[in-house]
Design a protein around this ligand. Structure first.
Ligand code: ZN
Length: 205
């Protein structure tokens, strides 16, 4: 792609670093911004910079938050002895939308994936095991995507806490819970949490 402006080329290159954005789409977006009032570009860059500088991760569940302890963990009406283990904030949002779960979450920040160079120590697994060791948690619900990486991660955590006094369950999978939780419809996802199965049973299936 030949550019008549280095500035334009830089902007297009930066934009095309984003997933799913090729050079052509990046050019279209950049030209769109150029046609809009300057404030729109300023607001966009300000929002991105501010998010990057100021965002925090909840010190209890590792969910993305604006404060040290997220709204969910700080809510006195939530059950603190049931913890739903998820990959990232999109899963928290998807499950919250179902309004079926009143416990807390633990956000791993991904799943074990040797192919992508992600090992157990790159994820928030230790803090979860420590939390369980404190002995206040009655149940862990695994709600990772039903991929090989998701299963590997579930099993790894299960092995770490197997000997501890905690019930492990997994969201039911027979029904059409897709690869990614965020794409499952609310009713299906809600039902799969309510009808969760013991983790050991899921291993034998
Ligand atoms: Zn939290």
């Amino acid at each position: 792609m030949e550019f008549s402006s280095k500035l334009l080329e830089n902007a297009v290159n930066e934009m095309s670093q984003l997933p799913g954005i090729g050079k052509r789409t990046a050019l279209r977006l950049v030209l769109h911004l150029l046609r809009q009032p300057k404030e729109q570009t300023n607001d966009l860059s300000k929002a991105l910079t501010q998010m990057r500088e100021e965002i925090k991760f909840c010190k209890s569940c590792h969910n993305i938050s604006d404060v040290a302890v997220c709204e969910i963990c700080a809510n006195p009406h939530r059950k603190t002895d049931v913890i739903c283990v998820v990959e990232d904030i999109r899963d928290v949002m998807a499950i919250e939308n179902t309004s079926t779960f009143r416990g807390l979450y633990h956000v791993l920040g991904g799943k074990i994936s040797p192919m992508d160079g992600v090992g157990p120590h790159d994820l928030n697994i230790n803090s979860l095991v420590e939390k369980v060791k404190e002995g206040e948690i009655k149940e862990l619900i695994f709600a990772l995507s039903s991929t090989m990486e998701g299963d590997t991660t579930n099993f790894y955590i299960y092995k770490q806490i197997q000997e501890l006094e905690v019930i492990t369950s997994t969201i039911s999978r027979g029904i059409s819970v897709g690869d990614e939780l965020e794409y499952a419809d609310e009713v299906t996802l809600g039902r799969s949490i309510v009808n969760r199965v013991p983790f050991e049973a899921s291993l034998k299936m």
